[in-house]
Ligand binder design. Structure first.
Ligand code: FE2
Ligand code: FE2
Length: 169
């Protein structure tokens, strides 16, 4: 790097190792968001029934939010001198958000969404912890994204409670 490299902070040469580690964490977050976009398109399209409509509308909105998150993670990877990976590197992990046997099985979808959001919340807390005192910009960005995921999770927890109260979950 040139002599114009910042002497302090995540872009400094002293922190190149931490920067690499962080790019790895951000790349994982990027894939998680993209897979969530796929899963939420699937699960906002397949469900049948009157009660599915609330879930469908909610997930349709989330698709846009998760896509925005993916773009933010990609941008931050680039800003940290990383390279955003190509689609051939993608590995699916959300076995719990595959279409259920019956498309009226809304509880399956709700539980899958809660699992996806919980996974994101865990990973983003780890990024926040890692960047504490090292990279305030990534820290700030991920704190805001974490709040979105906590909101998503809370909403679907509420949906699940309704089904549980009726003995259907
Ligand atoms: Fe997200
Ligand atoms: Fe989310």
């Amino acid at each position: 790097m040139t002599s114009t490299t910042p002497r302090y902070g995540i872009l400094s040469e002293d922190m190149s190792e931490e920067r690499e580690q962080l790019i790895g964490m951000l790349t994982k977050a990027y894939w998680m968001e993209l897979e969530t976009v796929m899963s939420y398109i699937t699960n906002s399209t397949n469900p049948d029934g009157v009660r599915a409509q609330e879930i469908i509308e909610s997930l349709q909105q989330d698709v846009q939010e998760e896509l925005g998150h993916a773009q933010q993670f990609a941008t931050r990877i680039k800003e940290l001198y990383g390279v955003v990976p190509g689609s051939m590197d993608f590995k699916a992990e959300q076995s719990y958000l595959q279409p259920p046997d019956q498309q009226t099985d809304i509880v399956h979808v709700i539980k899958g969404v809660i699992e996806a959001e919980s996974g994101a919340i865990e990973h983003y807390n780890a990024i926040i912890e890692f960047t504490e005192g090292k990279d305030p910009v990534t820290n700030d960005m991920v704190v805001a994204i974490l709040r979105d995921e906590e909101g998503h999770r809370r909403l679907f927890e509420g949906f699940l409670r309704e089904y549980e109260a009726e003995g259907k979950a």
